[in-house]
Design a binder for this molecule. Structure first.
Ligand SMILES: Cc1cc2nc3c(=O)[nH]c(=O)nc-3n(C[C@H](O)[C@H](O)[C@H](O)COP(=O)(O)OP(=O)(O)OC[C@H]3O[C@@H](n4cnc5c(N)ncnc54)[C@H](O)[C@@H]3O)c2cc1C
Ligand SMILES: NC(=O)c1ccc[n+]([C@@H]2O[C@H](COP(=O)([O-])OP(=O)(O)OC[C@H]3O[C@@H](n4cnc5c(N)ncnc54)[C@H](O)[C@@H]3O)[C@@H](O)[C@H]2O)c1
Length: 461
């Protein structure tokens, strides 16, 4: 059975936002293989993790209160109640979204199956129906990377897909990996009362970030968690009820729960893209141009399946671009009417302890690019509010071009880093120089953003 559609969208994460009222006159197929509707961010990513992070912050604040002369203690962490609060709010949104697409959107047909291409713009929906479409959007996301040796080992492990629904708070969580997911879950479980071990292959945590941030975070993490650096290749092991890894030197790091957080791989490899003439790059991402077009006419891709960023705000921006371009003549001739993906200044934040945020170049990248730069590192503790907080951890690092004052990169570790960095993202996006940003406006005294102001003022331009 073959049915024809104007547009087929693979993936109910960012892809689900495309079919708004502007598409009411289009016949749309929405394809989703997961019985849970709504994609990674809503169900197993940004949203639930940050709800856990917030609970963790509350517990940590209570535990750290004595230094301010406030004696308090955490009586108990009701893990089951925390899980129920998080998913008691999220699951109905996911179910409601699915119901809306299945029953409440007259122009949208939801196919609940694993989609694969069987020809150009021809898709086996995995439900017994093959469809064709004038245009296709691939928004199929990514999945946790699980090294084959671990998958084959028989050792019980978790990923971000299930670790937030553990029946009990683990006594000891062992985390393999040292990136975003490792850093965020280490904070969550540790603040809620688990012992946390992190096993990092190399000599630092969050090594993709600016070296000063990675170094500071690694030092702080080592002071509160059981961190194993330079672990090299590890072997998954189980002893009784304990699971984890054996390091190259024979050390065993075992706990009652084991989380694998070694990256996420794009789902393009599970779509039989060859049948549709859609190319993947060497990293397994679908190749797209600035308009979101793949190598096959009529087919767009967006989000984690094609983006090196694997961030929701990037997937959202790309979805808006594709949404617009779907309604233009995107495939023949003039592209001046099309919108473009904006990857100029992509910020990122890690909601760990302390929080971290970054935008633009690292110092190393700026130096490697041969730029004439000036760098200022400003401690939180040296501005009034940070001093009031007795903060000895936070810093704001800004990298600018000498002479022009062009802000090249900003990196913050410390309280409210994802909030503090936003004016710097704005300045970079709109071409505001460091001098103008520092001097051309008031900075509320004694607000925490003074750490950004002082970093800007400290640049030797
Ligand atoms: C633990 C965690 C925390 C995160 N926190 C943040 C954060 O704080 N901030 C941030 O910016 N980003 C965060 N991210 C990243 C963010 O979640 C992703 O970048 C974003 O959700 C990607 O959206 P997407 O639409 O590309 O893919 P997804 O939301 O993953 O949607 C893809 C959908 O396609 C479906 N699908 C895949 N293949 C097929 C197929 N063949 N047939 C049918 N359906 C298919 C999948 O089931 C899925 O529902 C986090 C990620 C994780 C894992
Ligand atoms: N706050 C956020 O925006 C947020 C939060 C969580 C996840 N995410 C997104 O999800 C993506 C995936 O997160 P992640 O933490 O899994 O990946 P990541 O790319 O951030 O980090 C993976 C880490 O695992 C290490 N690694 C790789 N293979 C390994 C192995 N065999 N043994 C030990 N270590 C190994 C890597 O060196 C790296 O440090 C992130 O890149 C990010 O884009 C974003």
């Amino acid at each position: 059975m073959t049915e024809h559609f104007d547009i087929a969208i693979i993936g109910s994460g960012s892809g689900n936002s495309i079919a708004d009222s502007r598409f009411d006159n289009k016949k749309i197929a929405l394809l989703e293989e997961n019985s849970t509707f709504g994609g990674t961010c809503l169900n197993v990513g940004c949203i639930p993790t940050k709800m856990f992070v917030y609970a963790a912050e509350v517990a940590r604040t209570v535990r750290d209160s004595a230094k301010y002369g406030v004696d308090a203690h955490v009586d108990a962490v009701r893990w089951r109640d925390i899980v129920d609060r998080v998913f008691g709010r999220i699951d109905p949104i996911s179910e409601g979204g699915k119901r809306y697409r299945a029953e409440g959107s007259p122009n949208v047909t939801l196919f609940e199956g694993h989609a694969t291409f069987v020809g150009p713009r021809t898709i086996d929906t995995g439900t017994g129906t093959v469809i064709t479409a004038d245009q296709v959007v691939i928004a199929a996301g990514s999945r946790p990377t699980v090294p084959q040796a671990i998958a084959d080992s028989g050792v019980a492990y978790h990923t971000n897909s299930d670790v937030m629904r553990l029946p009990e708070l683990p006594e000891h969580l062992v985390i393999l990996g040292s990136g975003y997911i490792a850093a965020e879950f280490a904070h969550v479980f540790s603040a809620l009362g688990s012992k946390v071990s992190i096993v990092a292959r190399k000599d630092g945590l969050l090594r993709a970030l600016d070296a000063d941030i990675s170094k500071r975070f690694t030092e702080l993490a080592r002071a509160k968690w059981d961190v194993h650096l330079d672990a090299g290749e590890t072997r998954a092991v189980t002893e009784g009820t304990l699971h984890g890894v054996e390091l190259a030197d024979g050390t065993k790091v075992l706990g009652d729960a084991f989380l694998v957080a070694v990256g996420r791989e794009p789902n393009g490899d599970r779509l039989d893209l060859g049948a549709a003439g859609i190319e993947l790059d060497d990293e397994g991402r679908i190749v797209v141009d600035e308009f979101g077009r793949t190598t096959a006419e009529g087919v767009f891709a967006l989000g984690d399946v094609s983006s090196p960023y694997q961030l929701k705000h990037v997937a959202n921006q790309e979805a808006r671009v594709v949404q617009y371009n779907l309604l233009q003549d995107a495939w023949h001739g003039d592209t001046s009417a099309l919108r473009e993906y904006d990857h100029r200044f992509v910020p990122a934040a890690v909601f760990t302890d302390p929080q971290i945020a970054e935008v633009g170049m690292t110092e190393e990248q700026a130096r490697d690019a041969g730029l004439d730069i000036t760098v200022k590192v400003q401690s939180y503790g040296d501005v009034a509010y940070g001093w009031a907080m007795e903060d000895s951890e936070g810093l704001c690092k800004i990298i600018a071009e000498k002479g022009t004052g062009k802000i090249l990169g900003a990196h913050i570790i410390g309280a409210q880093a994802p909030t503090l960095i936003q004016p710097l993202i704005q300045a970079m996006s709109f071409g505001l120089s460091a001098q103008d940003m520092a001097r051309g406006q008031y900075w509320i005294h004694p607000g925490l953003p003074e750490v950004v102001e002082n970093a800007l003022l400290g640049l030797d331009l």
